[in-house]
Design a protein around this ligand. Structure first.
Ligand code: EPZ
Length: 420
């Protein structure tokens, strides 16, 4: 079992580079299935989620060459259209591979990715969209068999919720469709814009990414391409919050402030001084943080992935803060461990918590229940007096590349401990 062990109270100070975006890397890796020509991606983070995704591509028959953040993939010889059940369950975001397989081969077989610790996370919107594209779906022995009669037919698809994964899956499945697909009420996240930029560089025709209406004109083929993916905006926000919770100051050297405006706005509201350039963010924390209220919303609203992270910060803020989680039904588990560390948190109706600061957190042994909740506990440990052990660190390693190295460089007393 892996744990982060932190001696708290050190200020986070200095300059650091964030890694490539986990949530852009996963759908962009899926484009290699669509494109039979060799593709090379740069800035792919070396984390568990990307490793599992690349392992699945190899199982499907793709040639994958990894060389630190540079990944070259050729799917010319790809033969297998079935995503293994055990790997689907390990990583829910593999569902976007289904859209790519369907787009390339007009058939795909996969299983329900299963929920995770933050919610049920169904895929009904994905399956309905595939049906709209003329795909026949049959469920047998907990596998989902998708097959188009001849080809996928472009159509108008209105999403009941601006689902990030469903939007990505429809784009991937529609790249070679007959005619044109319009997605209404599409998700607008920056990772979707990065996916569209990558596909268009390959020769696809995806218009309107970043707005709620995306149009995909079917093309006949894609060509050899290389592409550098965007910086991880949630890791950027996490590193900024590490400085905020320790009264520190940090410069993220390769961040795009455009992708985090709502988070920067909230950090300013609680008293942080923020200065930005086109590709960097500099934050100086105040001596005493002010409380605020947070409502998670689809982009460009406050991102649900930053909810646990800012929740840890707000335990240090003077006054009462309310956090309302509107995207996932079970994303407050980390708050139980923050309470164990001395935070004053009340669970409210309607999927909300009330945090009253400013708490003096004390080091404890706590446990990650999910990726971002675990990161929130690491930040709480940076600020707590004494030693904090964050167990089940495997969750955190899924989405943060070399987190302890980055925090150590910024002054933290943190190690990643392996207990056999
Ligand atoms: C993506 O998940 C991200 N993951 C999540 O990041 C992120 O929290 C989420 O988008 C929202 O921004 C990746 O990109 C790999 P959704 P996704 O479909 O696509 C419901 C992290 O920590 N829904 O936008 O699964 C769903 O249950 C992760 O990096 C349906 O009801 O999110 C949820 O309540 C966590 N039916 C809401 O929509 C569907 O068919 C948002 O889900 C699909 C989704």
């Amino acid at each position: 079992m892996l744990s982060y062990v932190i001696e708290g109270k050190n200020k986070i100070e200095g300059e650091v580079k964030a890694s490539g975006s986990k949530n852009a890397a996963l759908p962009i890796i899926a484009t290699a299935i669509l494109n039979p020509e060799p593709v090379t991606f740069y800035n792919i983070p070396d984390i568990e989620d990307t490793r599992i995704t690349l392992k699945i591509l190899k199982l499907l028959g793709c040639k994958v060459i990894m060389n630190s953040g540079k990944i070259t993939i050729s799917s010319k010889e790809m033969h297998n259209k079935i995503i293994p059940k055990d790997l689907m369950h390990k990583l829910r975001s593999t569902v976007v591979l289904a859209g790519a397989i369907l787009g390339r081969f007009k058939e795909a077989t996969f299983s329900y990715p299963g929920g995770c610790n933050i919610g049920k996370r169904p895929i009904d919107l994905h399956l309905k969209a595939f049906k709209d594209l003329g795909v026949e779906i049959e469920e047998k022995e907990d596998y989902i068999h998708c097959k188009a009669k001849k080809e996928l037919i472009g159509t108008k698809i209105k999403l009941g919720f601006p689902s990030v994964g469903a939007t990505e899956n429809i784009i991937l499945a529609s790249v070679y469709c007959k005619g044109v697909t319009h997605i209404l009420n599409a998700a607008k996240e920056p990772e979707i814009q990065d996916l569209a930029k990558c596909l268009n560089k390959m020769g696809a025709k995806v218009y309107g990414a970043g707005t709620s209406r995306i149009t995909i004109c079917g093309v006949k083929k894609l060509h050899k391409t290389d592409y550098k993916i965007m910086t991880d905006r949630i890791e950027t926000g996490t590193l900024l919050c590490a400085a905020a919770i320790t009264n520190g100051r940090v410069k993220i050297e390769n961040a795009n402030p455009e992708n985090l405006l709502n988070v920067l706005y909230k950090l300013k509201e609680i008293g942080c001084k923020i200065s930005i350039t086109k590709n960097s963010i500099f934050l100086t924390a105040p001596k005493i943080l002010k409380s605020t209220n947070i409502e998670t919303m689809p982009y460009p609203g406050f991102p649900t992935d930053m909810q646990p992270i800012i929740g840890a910060v707000l335990t240090k803020a003077k006054g009462t803060s309310i956090i309302k989680e509107n995207i996932f039904e079970n994303r407050f588990k980390y708050a139980l461990d923050l309470k164990k560390m001395g935070a004053n948190i009340i669970f409210k109706e309607e999927n909300a918590i009330e945090i009253t600061g400013e708490s003096k957190l004390k080091g404890e042994t706590v446990s990650s229940a999910d990726l971002r909740g675990g990161a929130a506990l690491v930040l709480a440990g940076l600020s707590a007096s004494g030693k904090t052990r964050v167990e089940n660190a495997e969750y955190i390693l899924r989405g943060y590349e070399n987190l302890e190295k980055k925090l150590k460089k910024l002054g933290a007393n943190i190690i990643l401990e392996k207990v056999v």
